[in-house]
Design a protein around this ligand. Structure first.
Ligand SMILES: [Zn+2]
Length: 75
């Protein structure tokens, strides 16, 4: 699979760090399984993974987090 952003790199399965901004809150989620471009670092998450990432971010916001760094744990 060729990267949609740089059109030259190929996407390989690996792990990435996702940063989510929610109003005042910043949630950084590490070790997220993703397809990652070897050239530009663009990543692509599958549906399950992205919904888990969103859920982690929403939970952090509900708890009043301003900055949180989490490791990805699959639901
Ligand atoms: Zn790329």
């Amino acid at each position: 699979m060729i990267c949609a952003l740089c059109k030259t790199g190929s996407m390989k399965s690996g792990k990435t760090t996702v940063t989510m901004m929610r109003g005042e809150a910043t949630i950084i989620i590490k070790d997220v399984p993703a397809l990652v471009c070897g050239d530009c670092g663009e990543y692509w998450l599958d549906m399950d993974t992205s919904s888990t990432v969103f859920r982690i971010a929403e939970e952090a916001v509900k708890n009043g987090t301003e900055i949180e760094i989490r490791r990805f744990i699959a639901a």
